[in-house]
Design a protein around this ligand. Structure first.
Ligand code: PGA
Length: 266
């Protein structure tokens, strides 16, 4: 799928923005909880299902995707192995998540980088496995508080993008989504201001177009980090913010639905 078609910018004031909104459940929800959640969420956002994504734990992907089948809502994973198959005890491959019903997968989330020591090189290998299996990668990047305070944000983002996407052609880059998630904003309530997030998204777009050309101009860039029903609209109104990756506030269907509805009013 060419994601540019889902990222429709308001070229004139009458056109409605169509943000992409991803729930990241992290390590929450069993298969039956996932089923219950999806059946509650869908009627609340029935007009926007094409733009709604749920990143579920591996064990809940099948249950959630069964209910979402043919509705437009996409279910995906939060991580994937960097290997295709083999003697890698405990790992889950791109082929396996696809077979479970996943259509996309988050890679390089800061919790994977910081708690599990994932490197940009591993992120790139994971991304390649996903592209090979025609799953949409959602590449997470973002700086820590210290890096921002010391003025290193641009160089950190540049390095994360270069190292995780090195050697990948523009025709493939067009198939990914980028999620800018400042580490200091994740799970802290310290959401980035809409202006700061917008500026950083503009910078990310500049980095990717400088390297991969205008062809990747409409790569969706989502913001993540303490997105809530009461700040979603202001963030999603910004020109360079094409959607949101939502953790804590996605755990209740009502709260996640509110974010989606706010996004579509932005
Ligand atoms: P949060 O998490 O919305 O709870 O800050 C976002 C994320 O980790 O993707």
């Amino acid at each position: 799928m060419y994601l540019g078609i889902l990222r429709q910018k308001p070229h004139c004031f009458r056109m409605q923005k169509k943000p992409l909104i991803i729930a990241n459940w992290k390590m929450h929800k069993t298969a039956s909880e996932a089923q219950h959640y999806v059946s509650k969420l869908m009627p609340l956002v029935k007009d926007y299902l094409e733009n709604v994504f749920i990143a579920a734990p591996f064990t809940s992907i099948r249950a959630a995707s069964k209910i979402a089948r043919h509705t437009g809502l996409k279910v995906g994973a939060q991580n994937v192995s960097e290997f295709f198959e083999g003697a890698y005890t405990g790992e889950i491959s791109a082929g396996m998540i696809k077979d479970s019903g996943a259509e996309f997968c988050i890679v390089g989330h800061s919790e994977r980088r910081h708690i599990f020591g994932e490197s940009n090189h591993q992120v790139k290998e994971k991304l390649l496995c996903l592209l090979e299996k025609k799953l949409i990668p959602v590449l997470c990047i973002g700086e820590t508080k210290k890096q921002r305070d010391e003025g290193h944000t641009a160089s950190v983002l540049k390095e994360q993008l270069h190292e995780s996407l090195e050697g990948i052609e523009s025709s493939q880059i067009k198939k990914i989504m980028v999620a800018y998630e400042p580490v200091w904003a994740i799970g802290t309530g310290a959401v980035a201001s809409p202006d700061l997030a917008n500026e950083t998204h503009e910078l990310i777009r500049k980095i990717i177009t400088e390297n991969w050309g205008d062809e990747v101009q409409s790569t969706p860039i989502l913001y993540g980090g303490s997105v809530k029903p009461d700040n979603a609209k202001e963030l999603l109104q910004k020109t360079h913010i094409d959607g949101a990756l939502v953790g804590g506030a996605s755990l209740e269907p009502q709260s996640f639905a509110k974010i989606i509805l706010e996004g579509f009013q932005s």
